[in-house]
Design a protein around this ligand. Structure first.
Ligand code: ZN
Length: 54
């Protein structure tokens, strides 16, 4: 199975995206974009929701 190792812009950890996922496709199309791991994107989503209700 193919995968890419991507550096999370938020926690600076390297995470993997596997072939067939949305993230893999995005990375393949734009390797210079900024990406974050699942954990951080989850946290970011929660923060966004919190800010929305503030
Ligand atoms: Zn992260």
């Amino acid at each position: 199975m193919f995968h890419y190792e991507i550096l999370c812009f938020s926690c600076k950890k390297v995470f993997r995206v596997y072939e067939g996922t949305k993230e893999y496709k995005q990375f393949k199309e734009n390797k210079k974009g900024i990406y974050c791991c699942e954990e951080c994107s989850h946290n970011i989503r929660i923060e966004a929701i919190k800010n929305f209700f503030r």
